[in-house]
Design a protein around this ligand. Structure first.
Ligand SMILES: [Zn+2]
Length: 61
């Protein structure tokens, strides 16, 4: 079951929710302020990697 991250537009808090494919369009209430002004956030799985070009240091002439 995919894990989705949502962000509340009212209080700006983020929360994660497990939803099945059939429930992805369900409106979610913010657990902080009960607002329905929430938007799905697509967070990449590998968001911890900060090395982008540090692995190309080998193979010099
Ligand atoms: Zn909220």
């Amino acid at each position: 079951m995919p894990l989705y991250e949502y962000q509340c537009k009212t209080c700006d808090s983020k929360f994660e929710m497990l939803q099945s494919i059939n429930e992805v369009d369900t409106e979610l209430a913010c657990p902080e302020c009960d607002s329905f002004e929430t938007a799905k956030v697509f967070a990449p799985f590998a968001s911890l990697g900060t090395e982008k070009s540090a692995a190309c240091d080998t193979g010099s002439t």
